[in-house]
Design a protein around this ligand. Structure first.
Ligand code: ATP
Length: 193
């Protein structure tokens, strides 16, 4: 048995222009160009939320679609920094960043990593954190952090590296990240694994 209310609702679901009956979730009213108070209020709230979201995420990053690698606690994505050039009225991007996003069971470890990087600041041999809890694709990522993107696979590189390779290359410094390219070019690869 259908109540009156249900019958009215069914009528509302009909397409205003074609008379088709479709899924109650299909936004036919909006498509028809008609305006209802409820719809206006809903879209107003949506816009407000989106504005808030954008405000929160000013100066954020956008993913490029490249996955740089996966570690024990999460995935590292290539991102570009958004730069608002209002006087040009167009967006620009600064390339060369990476964001590390934890798996759900890696959140605690990433929080510890973030705390350590925060404490360490800039230190030779440690990739400095550019930003913690960044906004990526307009979404706040509280347990993630951004670093500069480096070229190559650091994990593989580090595993191949033997201390005496550094010594024979005439350097006593630890392999700072800025040196990766240089080391690959100047170290005798014969002493690498
Ligand atoms: N800043 C970066 N630029 C380019 N690639 C990166 C960057 N950070 C990480 N990667 C890539 O992502 C992989 C995973 O990095 P991640 O920091 O998650 O783990 P890891 O350092 O390899 O090891 P662990 O999981 O033990 O921390 C790295 O091995 C590397 O290939």
């Amino acid at each position: 048995v259908r109540s009156m209310g249900q019958a009215e609702n069914q009528h509302d679901d009909q397409d205003v222009e074609t008379g088709d009956t479709g899924s109650p979730h299909t936004p036919r009213v909006k498509d028809s160009g008609l305006s209802f108070e409820g719809l206006d209020v809903a879209s107003g709230l949506l816009e407000e939320n989106m504005e808030e979201k954008e405000e929160d995420c000013t100066g954020g990053y956008e993913t490029t679609g490249n996955v740089l690698g996966e570690g024990t606690y999460g995935t590292v994505y290539e991102v570009e920094k958004k730069i608002e050039k209002k006087w040009y009225k167009r967006r620009q991007r600064q390339q060369g960043f990476a964001v590390k996003v934890p798996e759900s069971d890696g959140i605690k470890d990433l929080q510890k990593e973030i705390a350590v990087l925060d404490e360490v600041g800039t230190c030779d041999g440690v990739m400095p954190m550019v930003e913690k809890s960044p906004c990526v694709d307009d979404e706040k990522l509280p347990n993630s952090f951004v670093t500069k993107r480096y070229a190559g696979d650091l994990y593989k590189w580090a595993r191949r590296f033997k201390p005496r390779a550094r010594a024979s290359a005439g350097s006593s410094r630890s392999p700072g990240l800025e040196g990766i390219g240089a080391y690959e070019g100047s170290v005798d690869f014969g002493v690498m694994k």
